[in-house]
Unconditional design. Structure first.
Length: 311
């Protein structure tokens, strides 16, 4: 049975979609123990899911980017000798697992699409144009961060796992002075969303239709660089080479030409639907479904049909 150590820098009172996906993946691979910097006040309840056999924490909470999180992962690895150490593909997790990999003399593969129990990982490279399978040649566990939307989320409730405290404490290198929750847009996080509606210059600054479409689909909003540079939406929504990389199950591209820099951030999406009035737009080269038309005609029909079906 493969022993999997799953690292979450923090666990709150509900698992994030990426955490639920990772635990589903770990359950399919073997037994999972979660190591985390902090648990919610109600304890390990959110981790009471099939496949999680235990929870390891430090002696008191610690929060990213505290380098002690890496010590915690190393201590957990020394305790369990896992075959795999997995985490979600977030900057804080990559930071902690990179440091842990150095101290464990092990290898880390970031941005993986999947891992196997025999210690190899698959990953898209060169802007999604190649798929590689790699393994670490060093002794020791394979550390990997997994991109969201690469596996299904099917967490099955189970008994709450036992929590064991390791003798690792927060370091004094980082002091959290204040934490403030950002206003909730009501939409899923762009990098984790299973559906993304992305828009470009074609919307000409009017987001009303793409927002309605996103809300009908429970989708996150993404954008091309032209749209973020124009200030139509925050830069954090930029998808592409110099923005975020997304791989949702469904990516709807609205009024985006599909330049190579935009494709780099979305071409590994499951199904790509493109709406563009130019039939020669490069986005149609990678689209699974294309609609040649004016978005101001097409989107109202899509929204009306979705609303009709939702009744
Ligand atoms: C180093 C570098 C890094 C870059 N990084 C990124 C990046 O991370 N992400 C990114 O997106 N870009 C990036 N770019 C910019 C990229 O090259 C393109 O310029 C940009 O993606 C174009 O954005 P767009 O598709 O919104 O605009 P355009 O290329 O102007 O395309 C607009 C499209 O909308 C269509 N359209 C217009 N009106 C309508 C309508 N009413 N209905 C339907 N369709 C309509 C047009 O036919 C056209 O195809 C980068 C560029 C460089 C040089």
């Amino acid at each position: 049975m493969t022993q999997v150590l799953v690292f979450f820098d923090r666990v709150e009172n509900q698992l994030t979609p990426a955490q639920a996906e990772l635990l589903t993946h770990a359950d399919a691979l073997g037994d999972a123990v979660v190591v985390t910097g902090s648990l919610p006040p109600e304890g390990p309840a959110p981790l009471a899911v099939q496949g999680v056999t235990g929870v390891l924490t430090g002696a008191g909470p610690m929060y990213a980017p505290d380098p002690a999180l890496a010590d915690l992962v190393s201590a957990a690895a020394a305790e369990l000798s896992p075959d795999l150490i997995l985490g979600p593909d977030t900057p804080d997790t990559v930071d902690a697992l990179s440091r842990a990999a150095v101290s464990l003399n092990a290898g880390l593969i970031t941005g993986a699409n999947g891992v196997t129990g025999s210690g190899s990982a698959t990953k898209s490279v060169l802007a999604g144009s190649w798929r590689t399978t790699a393994r670490i040649s060093e002794e020791g566990p394979l550390l990997a961060t997994l991109r969201p939307n690469t596996a299904s989320q099917q967490v099955i409730p189970a008994e709450a796992p036992e929590v064991v405290e390791l003798e690792v404490a927060a370091s004094s290198a980082v002091e959290i002075l204040e934490e403030a929750e950002l206003p909730d847009s009501g939409r899923p996080d762009l990098t984790e969303a299973s559906t993304v509606v992305a828009f470009g210059r074609g919307v000409d600054g009017d987001l009303s239709l793409v927002e309605q479409l996103a809300d009908e689909l429970g989708a996150a909003l993404g954008a091309s660089r032209v749209a973020t540079d124009a200030g139509w939406i925050d830069h954090s929504a930029q998808v592409g080479q110099t923005g975020v990389t997304v791989a949702p199950q469904l990516y709807i591209s609205v009024g985006i030409s599909g330049a190579v820099h935009q494709k780099a951030g979305m071409q590994t999406s499951g199904t790509i639907v493109a709406i563009n009035r130019d039939e020669d737009a490069p986005v149609f080269e990678i689209a699974d479904f294309g609609v040649v038309g004016d978005l101001n005609d097409v989107l109202p029909q899509m929204i009306a049909e979705l609303r009709r079906r939702a009744k």
